[in-house]
Design a protein around this ligand. Structure first.
Ligand code: TMP
Ligand code: ASP
Length: 261
């Protein structure tokens, strides 16, 4: 597999072409942004952890029949993924109210929702990813009714699976963001899960202490983001307990990789 030119650079990832027109390389950066880029920094080792955690979750989802773009992880920071046409919508799934919904609707932080709530945001940084309704999606042809129905079914299965997976390791899945993409498989148009699922795109609280183990550590200036992401990876069994991947070790590993290139 040969790495080609940069096709797209987002806030936390870069997409490169390959010599196969159907496959691209997804590179996880260490950049962290919040509140639509108003706050940004670089956190050494974050990309390495997100690459591993996202690979773990997407491979598990694939095993329960949720088709997704992951082909395989290439190295510490890169994965080969199927090229899809990203649907320009961020699908937010909430089990517990926190973050933007509490401010927008005056809901008390930590309110457990009766049913998972799906919200739609238009993926447009210039507009600040505004909240939209299903009717907007249909009115402006951002996705078809069939696509939305299909995506909603997948979202509920993904949510059920992830709640269980995290509960098993003492973590509450509070909310998360998903993206989906269009692809032709055996001549048939399909919608599959894309992007990443990691502590950057989920809110994860320790089940007992409610300690935040996600990007809120950066959003809210709580510090210790790398130890929190490492804790998630260890509990999921991705990093061995004894490997003790501290911020320093992750930094060393990622700089060794960079020097080699
Ligand atoms: P919010 O409370 O800020 O709307 O975020 C809800 C969830 O979606 C939270 O887990 C963070 C995630 N999210 C992203 O991954 N990317 C985004 O651009 C936004 C706004 C939220
Ligand atoms: N990813 C979004 C941003 O950069 C928002 C967030 O995750 O809070 O700005």
């Amino acid at each position: 597999m040969k790495k080609g030119k940069k096709l797209y650079e987002g806030k936390a990832k870069i997409i490169y072409a390959t010599n196969d027109k159907n496959l691209v390389i997804q590179y996880f950066k260490d950049d962290a942004t919040a509140f639509n880029n108003q706050k940004k920094t670089t956190i050494e080792g974050k990309g390495v952890l997100n690459n591993r955690i996202s690979e773990h979750i997407l491979s598990n989802l694939s095993q329960i029949g949720i088709k997704n773009h992951l082909v395989k992880r290439l190295n510490m920071r890169e994965q080969i993924i199927k090229l899809v046409e990203i649907i320009p919508i961020e699908f937010i799934v909430r089990n517990v109210a926190t973050g933007s919904i509490t401010k927008r609707l005056g809901i008390e932080d930590g309110t457990v929702l009766k049913e998972p709530l799906i919200e739609y945001c238009l993926k447009d940084d210039k507009l600040g990813d505004p909240l939209i309704s299903e009717e907007h999606i249909l009115a402006f042809d951002w996705a078809s009714k069939t696509e939305i129905d299909e995506v909603k079914k997948m979202i509920l299965r993904i949510n059920d699976f992830m709640i269980g997976m995290f509960r098993g390791v003492g973590i509450k899945l509070i909310d998360f963001k998903l993206e989906f993409g269009r692809i032709k498989i055996d001549g048939k148009n399909e919608v599959i899960l894309a992007d990443e699922i990691s502590p950057d795109t989920c809110r994860l609280w320790d089940s007992i202490t409610e300690k935040k183990l996600d990007k809120d550590r950066f959003r809210k200036d709580l510090g210790d983001l790398i130890p929190a992401y490492t804790e998630v990876a260890k509990r999921l069994g991705i990093l061995h307990e004894q490997s003790n991947v501290s911020a320093v070790n992750v930094t060393k590993l990622s700089s060794v990789k960079r020097k080699k290139k």
